[in-house]
Write a new protein. Sequence first.
Length: 226
Amino acid sequence: MTTFEFIARHPMDSFAFTVFLLFSVGYHALYYYMVRSRPHLIFKGKINAIRRAWVAKIFAENAGIVAVQTLRNVTMAASFLTTASVVLIGGLISLLLNLETTQHIFLSEATGKISDAVLALKLITLIVLFVASLFYFSLCVRLLNHIGMLLGAPAEAIRDATGEDAVDFVYRLYAKAGRNYTFGMRSVYFLIPAVLWFLGPTPCIIASVAVGFICMKLDFGNIRLQ
């Protein structure tokens, strides 16, 4: 089945998938651009400024143990979500490879019969989201492990090894870890419309718009640190 044939046979599901891509992939492509080029316009820029001040304070006070304890909770959360993603990816791939015997799981009086093409697209969408979650959270864990070691090292050793100021170098890694954690969590957020898609295209569309606007509020809203 070609793309045009799929759209002709399943117009509402095609529209739901388009809206989902617009608010998930499209919006976060813009978000990534803003983080890299105009961080002062988004909330992440404020957080990154605080991160740099924190890194500078850790080096000034030689408080590496405090830093490791601070990073531990984020590392544990990212590790847990990485493990959960691996397990769920395996389960979804098993469902995808056995559609003939597992299709009945997704049938109900409300949704009726789901074609193999639509069901496959929904399962693939879930798999992609979990793969993205796995990828970003695992990168976050990797960077946090490096940061924990670097914050306990002498600033002079970091400068000699990297040719860069220790605070600037560690801050860049910390900001990147935070960005990966954000993208991992956003993958989890957009699992909501992807799961609701199994109830029909309308719930998926509504949830995609709702989650998209929540993300915009978090990134661009008038948010103050309490």
